[in-house]
Design a protein. Structure first.
Length: 158
């Protein structure tokens, strides 16, 4: 499935393109650099390839500009995973476009709720603003999560 905006295209990704793999690796490195040991819950390539996870990448021509994933928690609940904008595409609207796409996909699947877990360090401030501006609200830990010091949780009804 491919979605196209006037500027970018979003494709369902199979995680075989070297540019997308490099973006996943960047995402994991940044998570480890900005979170205490043992507090990184981001999915690696194996986790993103789980059948319960769908990954989309955003492209500007032949250059990847971002990625996002949606994990099915149950028939009515999905978890936003692995949101990342490529460094050369920051502050151009890529993250919001991908977030809107994932929300639309969740609605299309019949989900009633999307939740997410993110960090609490200052480096996550922009992500918090993105989620809050999209309508996510702070919530209690969900699913397997319990950390209340280094993790923040958001959810929204869709």
């Amino acid at each position: 499935m491919t979605a196209t905006s006037s500027r970018w295209r979003i494709v369902r990704d199979d995680l075989t393109n070297p540019e997308v793999i490099a973006l996943v690796e960047l995402h994991l490195r940044a998570a480890h650099e900005n979170s205490p040991p043992g507090s990184v819950l981001a999915l690696d390539l194996t986790g993103l390839r789980d059948p319960q996870v769908t990954v989309w990448s955003a492209w500007d021509g032949d250059q990847v500009v971002g990625m996002a994933a949606l994990k099915q928690l149950d028939d009515r609940h999905g978890e936003l995973k692995s949101m990342r904008t490529a460094p050369n595409a920051l502050r151009r609207g890529v993250a919001r476009m991908l977030l809107d796409h994932v929300i639309a996909q969740a609605r299309g699947r019949g989900y009633r709720r999307i939740s997410l877990e993110t960090g609490t360090a200052a480096s996550f401030t922009a992500a918090h603003a993105l989620y809050e501006n999209a309508g996510f609200i702070a919530c209690e830990p969900f699913g397997p999560y319990s950390d209340r010091v280094f993790a923040a949780y958001y959810s929204m009804d869709v």
